[in-house]
Design a protein around this ligand. Structure first.
Ligand code: SF4
Length: 204
């Protein structure tokens, strides 16, 4: 993982939307927009192919991610990698990011303020990657990305659209939930098969 040198100044409003990868990485590495900068070890930017057709968006870094600076590297991350492999990809062929770039203490849920502060970075990452499909991994990712308060059970099996390019978004469970409820893994496979159909339909 390349380590970005932190920016010395906060980005002006609207500036993030024009940033290239390097400037965005540097800005995130030095971000103090929300209180989570006080407790993080480092920011967790995102990882994968900058030309990926598939983008996976989760909730926030956990302890392993905070230590290593990469999203989805703990046990839940291994399960996400298995999900990606089940679709026929290597992990490095997709792009993986989170709603937040800093770890919430004790792995609590992101607050709405934190998610709002961090959203410009995610928007810019999506705009730079220009994926053909987004998988929202877990309730927090789905609700924040789609500005919804619906339960994940209601959101599964539907195609949402994101941003001006109307990128299709499909929702599934977070692998951390699957570690607690392994019986639900079958549902994730159903969601991934559905996502593949949506992707193929969009590229037919
Ligand atoms: S979570 Fe996002 S907005 Fe908050 S300090 Fe980290 S990078 Fe900045």
């Amino acid at each position: 993982m390349p380590v970005a040198t932190p920016a010395t100044q906060a980005a002006a409003p609207g500036e993030v939307a024009l940033m290239d990868w390097e400037t965005l990485r540097r800005t995130v590495a030095g971000c103090t927009l929300c209180g989570l900068h006080k407790t993080r070890t480092q920011t967790v930017f995102g990882v994968g192919s900058e030309q990926a057709e598939w983008m996976f968006i989760g909730e926030a870094p956990g302890a392993d991610e905070d230590r290593l600076g990469e999203p989805f590297v703990g046990r839940a991350g291994q399960l996400l990698t298995s999900m990606i492999r089940a679709l026929g990809f290597k992990r490095e062929q997709v792009y993986i990011a989170n709603i937040l770039r800093c770890r919430p203490p004790n792995n609590r849920e992101p607050s709405p303020e934190e998610a709002t502060h961090c959203s410009a970075y995610l928007q810019r990452q999506i705009a730079l990657v220009r994926p053909r499909i987004i998988i929202a991994v877990g309730r927090i990712a789905a609700q924040n990305l789609l500005h919804s308060d619906q339960s994940i059970g209601k959101m599964r099996g539907q195609v949402y659209r994101y941003g001006p390019d109307r990128i299709p978004v499909v929702v599934t469970y977070h692998p951390a939930y699957l570690l607690r409820s392994p019986g639900e893994k079958r549902k994730v496979w159903v969601d991934l098969k559905f996502a593949r159909e949506v992707f193929q339909r969009g590229n037919a």
